[in-house]
Structures are given as structure tokens and as C-alpha cells.
Ligand binder design. Sequence first.
Ligand SMILES: [Zn+2]
Length: 482
Amino acid sequence: MSAQPMRTLLRGGGVIAFDGTQHVHLRRGDVVFYGDRIEYAGPAWTDRADAPVHQIIATSGKLVLPGFVNAHLHVTDTAFTRGWLDDYGASATTGAASNVTALYRLLPAIRAAAMAEDQLAAAECAFSELLLSGSTTVVELGFDAEMGDQGDMATPRAVGDIAGRLGLRCYLAPRYRSRYWKLGADGAPAYFAYDGDGLPRMRTCMELLGDIEASHEGRLRAMLAPGQVDTCEPELLRATRQVADDTGYPIQLHAGQSPSEFRRIRQQQGCTTLEYLDRVGLLGRDLVLGHSMFFSESGDVDDCHAAELARLRDSGTHLCHLPWVKARQGTAMRSFAKYRRHGIPVCLGTDTYPFDMFNEMRLAATMCRVAEGSPQAVSAAEIFHAATVGGAQALQRSDLGRLAAGCQAGIVLVDVMKPHAVPMRDGIQHLVLSACAADVDTVFVAGRPVVEQRTLVYGDLAQAVARLAEAGDRVNARVQLE
Ligand SMILES: [Zn+2]
């Protein structure tokens, strides 16, 4: 941010403004921001002597929208799973044999083969892709010692610095957990305890989070990331709750990923996953549950107990829906609309590749409609809300994910003079059901342009892609399947 803040007026195009409750498509509107804050979003701005405009950017032919809040992703290993996991995954309802191959055999082998240098090459490309597709706030969930650098904290620190340098707003969440998994000698999944059941690693993560919190002009923030609900001991989850209460850091936990996870919790804890999370005291408005698809063995929200759904709602816990990665494996949340009918907040994330919220929004809408057998099961507006305001709420940020006075200037301009965009009756329906990442022309984060004319301002995409291609060759050559 320069010492002298500028006042910028975006004028001439359509605007997705926020009216305090919901996003509203204005066919023609103005957005004004001063420094990193939005001052105005609505119909024509009236010039004010006390608020001189320093710069006017013409937005005709564009739609001005809030940047996406991408609430769950992994930038350091995702690229290297390409070509390995694409056609693998859990059987849709049973979590049977193919899941063992993907989760317990392939993933650990790929992650172990990715050294720090490779992970950073992947992170640079992923963050670039995120900005170029309109994500302005992201949650990067890192890894424990399963990666090739054996969990060296210098790696997540460097990952955070890459996000900061490219201009993103990033919640950094290095992972800790009680145990890891791989394929056992008998061909069945085997779990191995980490040192001190993960508590020492948790303390190491806390040191890093304390160091990075609010660095890069406040754009880098801390988040707690106990691994998965079935890889954390109850004490680790209780300790996480305590740290969150003491520091105000939000928490994200992978939970509800598969029927086998549900069965494992029931077997070990004697209750459902949601009852277990309630019992250890983790539920709360600062908690995000990544995936959230199998809180009953069938995966149907109707098969959850009414009391646990009420408890989930009353606690204010957020669910993070990651439709693409699971749709790719033949599974759908059943359903987004059912959770919303219970008053449970849902946000969106990309999890793996592509890091593209347009793809994710479209899948969220269509998978819900397929699951419910109706085009009216969920509106485009509800999905767009989840991709913006929903994510902001999950991060306890009322100043993100919306174009309204007082909010952070995370702003995206998409080109709407495209064959798939005209004529446009409803801008929000267009964004969810027709627009694509290639339409993103300009991106501001904290009032600073970070993408201009589809080009990164603070990064060299061609160089980053070349580095990742080389890293991919190195990793693929190192992968050793046991
Ligand atoms: Zn994940």
C-alpha cells in the first residue's frame, strides 16, 4: 500500500452490490474504494468535494463482483496428484477398495516424493491460478510430516510468503494430527501415531502462526488445522478448542469425508461424528468442517438425528462444501439445500485442482439439483452467496466477500462481452452457471491491482509453470509405490 491512499471509481459496467442481506445485480453501477476500503457500491456515485476521485476505471463490458472466498484448498501437493488420482477414489457409498488405493497407497507415496522445492513450485502456480480465477481470499491447509520435507515449518512459512508476495489474502493453516495412515503390510489401511499424539507438532504450528499472523499488510492470517476427525485424538481436538478460544484463530477440520470415517468414529467413540465433535467441545462459529458429506453413514442429511443437526445449527459451525473433488469420484453432498433448510451455514472451496471457484460454483449448483431432482432445489444466488459471504462468515470476517461500504476492496472484473455471456438478464445466474475463469480480467485485493488484463502484476506465470513442470518430473520419478 502506498503512503498516499488513492480513491478509485469503477464506472460504467454492471455491479454485484451487497444490500446488507444479499447480493444484487445492478445493470449499471459504480464502485468507489479508497486505499483498501470500499466506500460505495450502488447506482451512480455523486461527486463529493470532500472525497476527490483520483482515478476512474471504465468498466463498461464488465461485471464488477466481490472476490471469492475460497475456504479450503491444498496448494503444495495437489499438482503432483495429477495423473495419479484422477480416475481413482472411494466407491460412492461404501468407501471400498478403490479408496484404499487412492488414500492409503497413492497419496502418501506422492506426498513423500514432493520435496520443499517442489511444493513451493506447486504453491506459486496454485496461488497464481487462484488470483487469475477471481479468488481474493484463500485458506491454505498444509501438511504434517507426510510431505517430503518431513514437516519442516520453513515450508509453510515460505508458502505464506508466496501468497503474500503475489498479493493474495491467505489464511495459513499448517496441519497437525495424532496419527497418519498408509497401506499396512497386510494390504489394509494402517494408522501410525505421531510423536506425543501430535501435541508437540501443534505447539510448533502455533509458533509459526504467531509469527505470520497479520503479516503482509494484514493479508496473511492464521488458522488452526487439526488434520481429520479420525486422525486426531480427543485431547488434540480439546487442545485446539482451547487455543482457538485464547487466540481467536478460526479452526478447520476435515470431517464427513467418507462412510468409512463415519463408521470408524462410531466404532471408536460410540457415537456419530457430529455427536463426537459436540462432546469434545469443538463445535462453534469459529469452526469450519471441510467436506461435511457423510455425517450419516448413507450421506443423506435426512438420516442425521434431528438433535445433532439442531446442535450443529445452534453452535454456528460452518460446513465447507468441496463439490468437484468428490463429484469426480462419483459422490455428491446430499444435499447443500438440505443443510441450508436446517439453517446450517455452508461455504465453498476448491480443495484440489483446478483452483477455480467458477467450476466449484457450477458443480455445487448442479450436484445439488441432481441430488434433489429439481432445478429449484438451490438458486444461483444461494451458491454465489456461499462462495463469497459464506466463506467470509466462516472466517469471522464481515468485511470480506461483498461490495459494500466499509468492506475490504477485494474486487473482480469479469468480461461479459463474450458469446456465452450475452444477453444477460441476471448477472448472478451468469456467474454461477455460465461464466468461467478465463473471463476474469482484473482483480484487486485490499484495493491493490494484482491481476490486470488477465496478467499477474506480482508474478511471472510462464516461469512458475515451467518450474512446476520440472518439479512434476522430479516428483513422478521419485514416487515409489509399496
Ligand atoms: Zn482437503
